[in-house]
Design a protein around this ligand. Structure first.
Ligand code: FNR
Length: 243
């Protein structure tokens, strides 16, 4: 019997480590920097099935702990289902507004925070916490890794959608149990992301929340430490690309 660890017969399939061309590298960064959360600017036109499948397959190629692939993608086009989810948002949003300090509540209420019914398609991204069996490689001591893996899938979807010219808005002002009931999602599957997807005329150049004065982007130099929490990292002084 061959040693299971050494696997002498194992012949890996490899690709070259060839660099991206300048244009390819720029395209990757362009998708990252120009991706936006889209709430109210959706066009009603349908999203073609082949395009939708491309962005879902990009999501499915995200990394996952122990290669668990814990995600499902529930595509919601039914107007009545979307209306029900929009109702769940509306109720949660009233509660959310009241949680902010009094001087921010009016500013909060003025924000548009979802495009559930205006987007032609919604995608609910879920995490099946049982999919890898009782013990999952890489999640033995950090059990939330399946949820974090699913978020990686969401980000792949978001970036691929931007490259396809599609806007995506993540709506999380929702009671999970209520959305699960509307969509028939069983326990112990978790709702990770409720996404509104559709074509848009334009994207905000910088985050909408920043443009509306809610919160600004933190300078990268405040976020990168070197060797010790709170230290200053010399590399951040050189500056970074701007949106
Ligand atoms: C986990 C999670 C959850 C939410 C969001 C994002 C993420 C990552 N965002 C979008 C968020 O406001 C947005 O990403 C930031 O404001 C930065 O803007 P850009 O994404 O760069 O446009 C978001 N936006 C919104 O209008 N309603 C929402 O419920 C949520 N929920």
């Amino acid at each position: 019997m061959p040693d299971a660890i050494d696997q002498p017969e194992f012949q890996p399939r490899l690709t070259t480590g060839e660099s991206f061309s300048d244009a390819e590298r720029e395209a990757v960064y362009r998708a990252i920097y120009s991706r936006r959360d889209v709430r109210g600017q959706f066009r009603p036109d349908a999203v073609a099935d082949d395009v939708l499948l491309r962005i879902l397959d990009a999501a499915h190629h995200a990394p996952s702990v122990g290669f668990m692939q814990p995600w499902n993608f529930l595509v919601v086009r039914d107007a009545e289902k979307k209306r029900q989810v929009a109702g769940i948002f509306a109720r949660a949003n009233v509660e959310a507004a009241s949680m902010f300090p009094k001087d921010r509540q009016d500013a909060y209420r003025a924000l548009k925070l979802e495009g559930i019914t205006s987007a032609p398609v919604n995608v609910c991204v879920t995490c099946d916490r049982t999919r890898g069996g009782p013990v999952v490689l890489g999640a033995t001591h950090m059990p939330d890794m399946d949820l974090f893996s699913t978020v990686c899938a969401v980000q792949n979807l978001w970036l691929a959608a931007r490259a396809e010219g599609l806007g995506v808005g993540w709506v999380s002002i929702l009671k999970e149990a209520e959305v699960k009931a509307v969509l028939g999602i069983p326990d112990p599957v978790r709702l990770v992301a409720y996404l509104c997807v559709g074509k848009v005329e334009s994207f905000f150049a910088t985050p909408e929340l920043e443009q509306r004065g809610w919160r600004a982007r933190t300078p990268i130099a405040d976020l990168v430490f070197e060797d010790h929490w709170g230290s200053e990292a010399a590399m951040t002084r050189a500056g970074t690309p701007q949106e």
